[in-house]
Design a protein around this ligand. Sequence first.
Ligand SMILES: *[C@@H]1O[C@H](CO)[C@@H](O)[C@H](O)[C@H]1NC(C)=O
Length: 324
Amino acid sequence: MVKCFIPHLVFGVLAVLGVSLVNAEDPYLYFTWTVTYGTRSILGVPQQVILINGQFPGPKLDVVTNNNIILNLMNKLDQPFLMTWNGIKQRKNSWQDGVLGTNCPIPPNSNYTYKFQAKDQIGSYTYFPSTLMHRAAGGFGALNIIHRSVIPIPYANPDGDFTLLLGDWFKTNHKTLQQSLESGKSMPFPDGVLINGQTQATFTGDQGKTYMFRISNVGLSTSLNFRIQGHKMKLVEVEGSHVIQNLYDSLDVHVGQSITILVTLDQPPKDYYIVASTRFTKTVLTATAVLHYANSNAPVSGPVPAAPANGFDWSMEQARTYRY
Ligand SMILES: *[C@@H]1O[C@H](CO)[C@@H](O)[C@H](O)[C@H]1NC(C)=O
């Protein structure tokens, strides 16, 4: 049974038909990524992780609307590897989507070149491995599509741009997790929450300036509530669409979801907690990072701001306020 398309055959047919997959007028960006195992002590114990070009999380892919991405991915794992570009519409080339059924996994010690265009898209997205629980070990990263400078956006250009990959994390090896799931057990409770693959990230900005925060939940099983001590968050984009710009004290970010907010550093010069904590769980896991004002001499202090007391209803109500 054919489980996935062999892309060069499809390309060949389309080439004969004269269909262009990528738009020749738009710039091309070339990348070579090597996927390997590595060892990192993320929650205090050494564990096997998946690196891209030696990095965990993987490199940030910053592209501009309509850019063509040509990305040669070398798989140095001992298992087949398949990468998905979450949110990229893959118009006319769905077999580049990196999910089983449309795209063949890359065998060990082989490579494959993903070709796709960020056609007419903007927004904060992620890429991640889509098979064999690889995502539990890493291999994920940010994929940001920045608007073309000639296209107006419904807010002033921010003074800076931060990417925050939030996610629950397991100390268990991805192969063990997969075996456990296949034997019929459910996912274990995570061991922690990470922000950009760490437990102590710092983001530095200037007092009075406004920063874009591109926030994604790259975890496996838990929704996360995100908040910044003493600061309001203006939501400007969800899943590639500009939204009505409401202000929030905290925002729920569900697994696989990405949002973009603007935050003005309008508070006294000091350091502030950035918090991501699990939602709808009996035990609450919390990760903190630091928003550091460049002119601050004061470390973070005071209680870590609390998540909203209400659960599902609050979260649903909040999702309803994201009007496009
Ligand atoms: C594999 O990588 C080589 C060397 O970079 C490249 O020439 C070749 O086109 C790649 N093959 C595929 C299928 O992407």
